[in-house]
Write a protein that binds this ligand. Structure first.
Ligand code: RFL
Ligand code: PHB
Length: 389
């Protein structure tokens, strides 16, 4: 089997990259370890920056998002009974789109199918070879049979645990990591959301987030210890804890119901540099992870896709490799800005086992945010997404 760009991983990064390349006449094959149903059962991000929403529209995949997604002009930050409304449109003239990652992925799969894109599901034992030569290739097994995929380039869109990053020799890769001593317990429920906008709540009991997928589907999170298991959290315990961490009027309004999905995600900050080894490029979670507090994970994957697809398209049009050489540095600049913002928002709003001095400094940071329009504009500018270049 032969293609121009072999894409490992059929999550949002791999699918969007494949769609953008296909539209520019570049051939791809996607190798995905899981079944499509499994990929579509993962409940993850919900907030799309304008950059990602625009890319979906340009790729012909924005129609359902524009119909069913919700444009949010602001968000609320609360701390006990202090409330702060951040009006994105007023502060920085931009908005975000609330539309679930599951739906983005579903739309991308449909678009790839409509264009007869090749996606091989349940590809096992995917391995990368000769990535630092002009003729890299990928091997995998499917239904017990071994296959070889020759290509010009490999895009490693295979998430944090995939084989692409691991194929880079250890002495060529530098890793930066911060693991937080807590996770987020997330619940999806068929209940009307407590608020039209997201509420990020800092509280002495720990962080909580009220998000949504639609007018009838809510997504809520509470900070839990890294040791906690989903089984420790009955629905009743979850709702009680969420209420305790929200401002009183929101707690009073909250409609509870049975959870239809419940999971715990650990929080970490992680960056691997560089994002290139020879003719292999890392994209999205395979190269970097942010804690979800700033809603940046999926959006960063999308800016990587933008930079890499632009560089590959330019290579196939002109033969020039300059943009491919610059990919890692260009992507990493934006990644580190998002790492900074996600770390800052996580630190500001979560409960840590910290010294009394640090607690006071955090209170002062919140006080500054509540009282300074410049601080609010800085939050808004980062939240709606920094420019792609
Ligand atoms: P993905 O979505 O992890 O997709 C990678 C794909 O690669 C496949 N794969 C392989 N394929 C072939 N061979 C192998 N050996 C393979 N190993 C893995 C996987 O099956 C998968 O289909 O990475 P991608 O495309 O870069 O997209 C990134 C986003 O998914 C991610 O940044 C966000 O979802 C992060 N994230 C969240 N971001 C937010 O902004 N808000 C959230 O609420 C939020 N919640 C989350 C999250 C990530 C989570 N992870 C990674 C465990 C919750 C969780 C649980
Ligand atoms: C979500 O809706 O899942 C979501 C929204 C905002 C975040 C994280 C997760 O910061």
């Amino acid at each position: 089997m032969k293609t121009q760009v072999a894409i490992i991983g059929g999550g949002p990064s791999g699918l969007l990259l494949s769609q953008r390349l296909h539209l520019a006449g570049v051939e791809t094959v996607i190798l995905e370890r899981q079944t499509r149903d499994y990929v579509l059962s993962r409940i993850r991000a919900g907030v799309l920056e304008q950059g990602l929403a625009d890319q979906l529209r340009q790729a012909g995949v924005g129609e359902r998002m524009d119909r069913e997604g919700e444009v949010h002009e602001g968000t609320e930050i609360t701390f006990e009974d202090h409330r702060l409304h951040i009006n994105f449109r007023e502060l920085v003239g931009k908005t975000v789109m609330v539309y679930g990652q599951t739906e983005v992925t579903r739309d991308l799969y449909k678009a790839r199918d409509d264009m007869q894109g090749t996606i091989i599901h349940e590809a096992q034992d995917v391995a990368l070879h000769d990535t630092d030569t002009d003729s890299p290739y990928v091997t995998f097994t499917k239904d017990g049979e071994e296959h070889r995929l020759d290509c010009d380039f490999i895009a490693g869109c295979d998430g944090f645990h995939g084989p692409s990053r691991k194929s880079i020799p250890a002495d060529k890769l530098r890793v930066y990591e911060k693991v937080y001593p807590f996770g987020w317990l997330g619940v999806l429920s068929e209940t009307p959301p407590v608020s039209e906008e997201l509420i990020y709540s800092g509280h002495p009991r720990g962080f909580a987030l009220c998000s949504l997928r639609s007018r009838t589907l809510s997504r809520y999170y509470v900070q839990v210890s890294s040791q906690d298991k989903v089984e420790d959290w009955s629905d009743d315990r979850f709702w009680e804890e969420l209420k305790a961490r929200l401002p009183q009027d929101a707690a009073d309004r909250l409609v509870t119901g049975p959870s239809i999905e419940k999971s715990i995600a650990p929080l970490r900050s992680f960056v691997a540099e560089p994002m290139t080894h020879g003719r292999m490029f890392l994209v999205g979670d395979s190269a970097h992870i942010v804690p979800p507090t700033g809603a940046k994970g999926l959006n960063l994957a999308a800016s990587d896709v933008f930079y890499l697809s632009t560089a590959l398209i330019s290579y196939y049009k002109t033969g020039a490799e300059t943009e491919l050489h610059d990919y890692s540095a260009k992507a990493l600049r934006r990644i580190w800005l998002a790492e900074r913002f996600s770390w800052w928002m996580t630190t500001l709003l979560h409960k840590f086992d910290e010294e009394a001095f640090d607690v006071r400094v955090k209170r002062a940071e919140l006080d500054f945010l509540m009282s300074s329009r410049a601080a609010q504009a800085a939050l808004a500018e980062n939240y709606v997404g920094l420019p792609y270049d």
